[in-house]
Design a protein around this ligand. Structure first.
Ligand code: PLP
Length: 466
């Protein structure tokens, strides 16, 4: 009975909504977020307090604490769902984590374009309307060797727009070894049929000869499509025709040779021990149209580039669909600034995070792992060690290829299980994405950015040094 009275008394002490709204810090929140919104948050918090009293979890009604709860709740409600995370997985082009990071060196330029008017579609010299694609054409042509180029939303869009323009209601010849599916249900056969074309498969999974293509050519053929098998590898008894011969076959038939490269690589990374991947320049030299991604190996923003013969690109530019696939000035600015690094390969390797992470040397990785492990070793409640392991490039590129790396392994001793620790790191204010392997939380230092090691240490300190 007495106990009940205590709770009734506590319930009575809960401040009124209107009184709370007069508080100075709440007034500030109202100015920032509007009265409606804050009223909603206050009611939410007061409900929570009421519940806590009723379930005997609250012994005192504390006004400053309630105000603090309202402030925190309003900030949580306002936080955008899309937010930065720390990538401790070692997967460089992690599609779920946003693929490529832009170079911090291009921040100023992107800011200028985003936060001011620009000559996006204005020809300053002629005082008339210009084309947004014009700003990047020259650079793309210079770097790839193409006669003309165009940028759209992503590579999937680039492929669709190309096929829709060049081969509507015609047959497209594709090798059975190249009928690729990219994540997110982008399937080459379906893209062809969606565009009103017909797929004409030739050869077998492991071998397709020039004569297979030749035999498939008819009046109905609209193009030969080559698809780079960027996310899988067929090894062993394999064969495909020489690209020069394939292009010349297409030309004899009076049709274009289209090449979907997927991951766009402008620099030969085999010097760094990576397997040889086709370069954009090589594909451009042996195809009439090449399509590739801006945010895979190229290391720029999400975009799709169509590069090739001027007359074909002109046709693609006339396609009504382009309006629906066009890129914003943010994309153009970020892609232009990223591409500019490629004029000097050494600068590209240093400034473009994707390339830098791919080509990190063992000393740097070891050093990073040592620094992080030393910081964490001071914490009680975890066991830390460094092991050798592998990173993936990801993003459906360099399939099956693993880069040697250093992993920091964290094993919680008693407070938490490894599974719980992984979840706590992943669900914090600044989420830290790790690998959970062999009952340990594993951080691959390859994909950590400046300041990440410090954030990881701070978070673990909070969890373990209470
Ligand atoms: C990744 C890829 C695509 C799709 O590119 P997005 O930029 O992700 O739209 C298409 N074709 C190939 C061969 C790819 O590797």
């Amino acid at each position: 009975m007495e106990n009940n009275q205590v709770h009734i008394e506590l319930l009575r002490q809960i401040p009124a909504v209107n009184d709370l709204m007069q508080e100075k810090s709440i007034q500030q929140l109202i100015t920032e977020n509007g009265e409606q919104e804050i009223k909603k948050v206050i009611n939410q918090v007061l409900n929570k307090v009421r519940q806590q009293i009723l379930s005997r979890k609250l012994a005192k009604v504390n006004l400053p604490q309630i105000i603090e709860m309202i402030s925190i709740q309003s900030h949580l409600d306002n936080r955008p769902s899309l937010r930065p995370v720390i990538n401790g997985t070692g997967v460089i082009l992690h599609t779920n984590l946003g693929r490529s990071l832009l170079s911090p060196a291009i921040k100023d330029y992107i800011n200028q374009i985003m936060f001011s008017y620009s000559n996006l579609e204005y020809n300053l010299a002629a005082k008339k309307r210009g084309l947004r694609y014009h700003h990047i054409e020259k650079l793309l042509c210079e770097l790839t060797g193409a006669e003309d180029a165009l940028v759209v939303n992503n590579n999937a869009a680039a492929v669709m727009l190309t096929l829709d323009t060049l081969v509507p209601h015609k047959e497209v010849i594709v090798s059975r070894g190249e009928l690729v599916e990219i994540g997110g249900s982008f399937r080459v056969p379906e893209i062809i049929t969606k565009g009103g074309g017909t797929l004409r498969e030739v050869g077998t999974t492991n071998k397709t000869h020039l004569r297979d293509y030749q035999a498939a050519l008819t009046e109905q053929t609209g193009a030969i499509l080559k698809v780079h098998t960027s996310n899988y590898r067929i090894i062993g008894f394999t064969e495909k025709p020489d690209p020069v011969e394939l292009q010349s076959l297409a030309h004899q038939a009076g049709i274009p040779m289209i090449n979907d490269l997927g991951s766009g690589l402008l620099l030969d990374l085999s010097k760094y021990g990576l397997p040889r991947e086709p370069l954009i320049q090589e594909a451009v030299a042996t195809s009439d149209i090449v399509t590739f991604s801006g945010d895979k190996l190229l290391g720029g923003p999400q975009a799709g580039v169509i590069a090739g013969k001027r007359q074909l690109i002109e046709q693609i530019k006339q396609n009504q669909l382009l309006r629906a696939l066009r890129v914003d000035k943010m994309t153009l600015a970020a892609l232009t600034a990223t591409l500019q690094f490629y004029r000097n390969p050494a600068a590209a390797l240093k400034e473009i995070p994707t390339l830098r992470m791919i080509t990190l040397n063992t000393e740097t990785l070891t050093q990073r792992a040592n620094t992080l492990a030393a910081r964490l070793a001071e914490l009680s409640g975890i066991k830390v060690k460094i092991i050798s392991g592998t990173s993936q490039i990801g993003g459906g590129s360099y399939p099956g290829y693993l880069l040697p790396t250093k992993l920091v392994c964290i094993k919680p001793l008693d407070n938490y299980s490894s599974t719980e620790l992984e979840r706590l790191l992943r669900t914090g204010t600044l989420p830290i994405i790790t690998r959970l392997e062999q009952d340990q939380v594993i951080i691959d230092v390859r994909t950590l950015q400046g300041g990440d090691a410090q954030q990881i240490t701070m978070k673990l300190k909070k969890l373990f040094n209470k």
